[in-house]
Design a protein around this ligand. Sequence first.
Ligand code: URA
Length: 242
Amino acid sequence: MDIKKVVRQHAEMEQFFTGGFAIKGKTPTSEPPKQEDNMTAAEKAADLERIAEEVSQCRKCSLGSLRTNTVPGEGNPNARIMFVGEAPGADEDAQGRPFVGRAGRLLDKVIAACGLKRSDVFIGNILKCRPPENRDPAAEEIISCLPYLQRQIEIINPEIIVALGAHAARTLLDNTKSIGQLRGQFHEYYAGLGRPPIKLMATYHTAYLLRNYSQQNRQRVWEDMKKVLAELGLPIPEHGKK
Ligand code: URA
């Protein structure tokens, strides 16, 4: 089964049926959704909050009954950069916030090395609930959960997505390449019918970096982030360390 294809078709179908078509015989009761670029930060925040609320009630897969908290993601609704990780771990499950454990503290350092604050970016995950023992996300979990992230990306409409690790990169790019093959170059994330693709930089997950904390791997992540900063026209701090 091609999971990504199923998810994409599902999302496109959902969009087709909810994207402003009135149901025959009825008049639309609400305004059609606004284009993201015309939305204020407050409107985007409200839409993101609605998704977080839906996520908090979600029982689409078995992780729903195992979680302590859902972890919908957080950050700036107008973020130019959106980081996407794999799934919450124990700390994130306990707090309901993304990247707050050891891998999160390293991500904070990466963000700071870029001359940015956590509140400048948006941080999310492919899965919104913790898989037991931090095992890899299962296909059916990704299929159930990915539409939430796709909607978050649509609302935020970031200029660049930074996919942290193989699971995030493969899922968003719909391929099976290794992170070694994917990292270090810009790819295109297709955000839906009729929408321009969003640039995606794949890099190592900070949890991987912690386990393999070599100068070479840290340098690779920093090189990847420098490309992101350059693409956005942001200054590249001299001191940049990852
Ligand atoms: N690892 C992830 O992929 N996501 C988190 O939120 C934390 C650790």
